[in-house]
Design a protein around this ligand. Structure first.
Ligand code: SF4
Length: 322
């Protein structure tokens, strides 16, 4: 294994894979208003993502040179990827046992325990409101109650569950305390995310941005909080509340976390990205059997990382998986 490190000592240790672009939700921070109305969301999967074997070849090549510690499967909605369990099996065989998932949990109720026994021990679930009307407006989906049964099934299956809520001014900032209390009652962590300038929000956040400070102010109106030491390459800062809960804030704007970023990304077409804030991607399939050239390509991707903070990207969250 070669020393693939940049001048800040950053390495690629975590690979995030967007398995497909399709999703059964159309969250307002992920796809634009004119993406289409609710009725079209249930259409069958259209883009042709790579097969499990094609994904596995690329993962194996990158792992051989970087020694990946974990893989996160995202999307679109990864539970819509038809060959998910074959892919998980391939990843295990490559020797990477830390396999994680980011999902909207709509299909999780039926799959949680099978995923757990297949090796997926950790899941991040997007839940942007407790109020069903607010949640439906944000996700542009008529039935968000399945998300909650999916969350509860994941907890029951023994998965390490973390909830993610993107906070938007005037849309769901009223839900910060209900979400925190829901997570605390369930015994899971919740992270509140500052809006990211991605895709259709790249040029304008339309006044939706809600900063870390205001999230903390709202929580401290109800609870005393205590900061928890941040772990290496962690995107979130965490706090313990006097109500027995643990919450985090992923503040790409207010408290940037690029200085020790260790994330590499691959989209559903096998294109790799060194940084979420840089839309330049590399198709590495041509270099899989040439370690020298593959190393140079990975080194080039590492050089794309931001020195301090995320600046935004025209890439849509849906394509690159966040
Ligand atoms: S903007 Fe780039 S360098 Fe910064 S945390 Fe995101 S991926 Fe890492």
């Amino acid at each position: 294994m070669i020393k693939l490190e940049d001048n800040l000592g950053r390495r690629f240790e975590k690979l995030r894979i967007s398995l497909l672009n399709d999703c059964n939700f159309s969250c307002v921070y992920c796809v634009s208003e004119d993406f289409g109305n609710v009725k079209t969301i249930q259409k069958p999967v259209t883009d042709q993502p790579l097969s499990p074997e094609e994904f596995a070849k690329l993962i194996e090549a990158v792992h051989r040179l970087t020694g990946l510690k974990s893989i996160r499967l995202t999307g679109g909605e990864p539970l819509l990827y038809g060959n998910l369990f074959q892919l998980i099996d391939h990843i295990q065989k490559i020797g990477i046992s830390d396999i994680r998932l980011t999902t909207n949990a709509y299909y999780l109720k039926e799959k949680a325990s099978k995923l757990f026994y297949a090796g997926v021990k950790s899941v991040n679930i997007s839940v942007d409101a407790i109020d069903k009307d607010i949640f439906s407006k944000i996700s542009r989906h008529p039935n968000t109650s399945r998300v909650f049964s999916g969350i509860e099934a994941a907890v029951k299956a023994g998965m390490n569950v973390k909830l993610n809520a993107v906070v938007m001014r005037g849309k769901n900032d009223s839900q910060i305390i209900p979400l925190l209390d829901y997570a605390t009652d369930l015994g899971v962590k919740i992270r509140f995310l500052e809006l990211m300038k991605m895709g259709h929000l790249y040029h304008s956040e339309n006044g939706l941005f809600f900063p870390e400070k205001e999230i903390l102010d709202i929580i401290q109106e109800k609870y005393a909080i205590e900061n928890i030491q941040r772990e290496h390459a962690e995107t979130s800062n965490y706090w313990r509340t006097s109500g027995g809960g643990i919450f985090g804030i992923i503040a790409n704007e207010s408290t940037p976390f690029c200085h020790d970023c260790n994330r590499l990304r691959m989209d559903s077409n096998g294109i790799f990205y060194g940084c979420l804030s840089n839309a330049h991607g590399e198709k590495l399939s041509a270099y899989m059997d040439d370690d020298f050239l593959l190393t140079e390509k990975l080194r080039g991707l590492l050089r794309l990382k931001q020195p301090v903070k995320f600046h935004g990207s025209e890439l849509s969250m849906r394509n690159i998986g966040g």
